[in-house]
Design a protein around this ligand. Sequence first.
Ligand code: C2G
Length: 129
Amino acid sequence: MKKIITYGTFDVLHYGHINLLRRAKELGDYLIVAISTDEFNAIKNKKSYYSYEERKLILEAIKYVDEIIPETNWEQKVTDVQKYEIDTFVMGDDWKGKFDFLKDYCEVIYLPRTEGVSSTKTKSEKLKV
Ligand code: C2G
């Protein structure tokens, strides 16, 4: 069984996130998503509209997602890859190169981001229709 992992806040879920999750799942058989906790978001200087528990509840409903774990720090990726026997680490290419150190432990793939959508944009723009 080919296991994939990806990390993120996944706030105000949108089709950019869904494209990422679908493509990540297509790379293997089992997708683990490490969702940033509210405390780690503070470390990332990122605020989220939904709490960790709410973001987890939403992601659990996505058919591409097989398991959810908390992301509590920047350092956990190597141990996660070993602990969960991950074959492939996937992130959007806004992170291109940032996690290449994981290449010693698993395949590292950066996927093109979906243009034109972001949680920040969704939260700030006026309603269109
Ligand atoms: N994403 C995307 N297209 C968008 C927006 C986001 O492909 N229009 C991808 C991002 O590249 C990322 C994932 O969706 O791979 C989750 O995005 P965020 O919740 O913004 O994740 P981020 O805050 O970048 O956290 O340790 C890694 C960090 O936790 C990543």
